[in-house]
Design a protein around this ligand. Structure first.
Ligand SMILES: Nc1ncnc2c1ncn2[C@@H]1O[C@H](COP(=O)(O)OP(=O)(O)OP(=O)(O)O)[C@@H](O)[C@H]1O
Length: 254
């Protein structure tokens, strides 16, 4: 997909310097509406830092973050999240002792403006609970609604995190290594959930992922990071054929 004149998300000259260390240098990138963009690169390339700057976990020392045409560089993470910029983290952000349904319901309650109570047992008539059940169905976890989040497999935890995210109705979703720790047998199912959510919600998805097969099979374009810089950003075919990418990042043809 080509990037439209009004991208869902854009970073311009984004840089982060900590002490003498240049963590990210002058990254400029646009993500079109409803596009799925993968971010790849070796360990320490700056992928998570890019996500942290985009979502508001970190403030850049240079450059700008644009979200739906708005400069959000100075906005804190919760304000960006309320505006529709949602993300998952490498480490799970679920409440392990709450059920899968309760985890999603909490996120839905925030959207519906209800009291944040996990003590109140969900009832089928409650709007947030109904919404939470729908989100669980979307990620194929209806049958695990009553299970404690902490007891779920890694793959199901990742699906649940996506359901929690969907309950906040984001327009842009950042997925930080969704396949990390997921058993290989569960990878296709999780990929399918990501593809379906992207297609059915029409949201923009940015995904950092080491699992190359997954990224190349899912995304419209791939951004390649290397030493805190953006090396290339294009369709999977073009990026895989790029000699700079092959020699600097992959070391050999893929
Ligand atoms: N707060 C910090 N202070 C100093 N260096 C940092 C800080 N945060 C990140 N770095 C360094 O910046 C570089 C980029 O880190 P980052 O976590 O963004 O890489 P990554 O591409 O996500 O790596 P991985 O694939 O291993 O998760 C690394 O060399 C890391 O050690």
């Amino acid at each position: 997909m080509s990037v439209t004149s009004s991208p869902a998300l854009a970073v311009e000259g984004l840089s982060l310097q900590i002490g003498g260390a240049r963590i990210l240098t002058d990254v400029t990138l646009q993500v079109g509406k409803a596009e799925m963009l993968g971010v790849i690169g070796p360990n320490g390339a700056g992928k998570t830092t890019l996500f942290n700057l985009v979502s508001g976990v970190l403030r850049p020392t240079g450059g700008t973050v644009w979200f739906e045409g708005r400069d959000v560089t100075g906005e804190p993470i919760h304000k960006r999240a309320r505006g529709g910029l949602g993300r998952t983290f490498q480490t799970s952000s679920l409440f392990p002792r709450l059920s899968a349904l309760e985890n999603v319901r909490l996120a839905a309650q925030i959207r519906f403006g209800g009291a944040l109570s996990v003590l109140r047992y969900p009832t089928s008539s409650d709007e947030a609970t109904r919404d939470a059940r729908e989100r669980l169905a979307e990620v194929g976890l209806s049958h695990k609604a009553g299970d404690a989040a902490g007891d779920l497999s890694h793959g199901d935890k990742r699906k649940l995190e996506i359901a929690v995210l969907l309950a906040t109705e984001p327009s842009v979703i950042l997925l930080d290594e969704p396949m990390a720790g997921v058993a290989s047998g569960d990878v296709p199912g999780l990929s399918q959930v990501i593809r379906r959510v992207h297609r059915e919600h029409g949201c923009t998805v940015l995904m950092v992922e080491h699992h190359m097969e997954v990224v190349l099979g899912l995304v419209d374009r791939v951004a390649v990071m290397h030493h805190g810089q953006l090396l290339a950003c294009d369709t999977p075919d073009v990026v895989m054929a790029d000699r700079t990418v092959q020699s600097a990042y992959l070391g050999e043809a893929v």
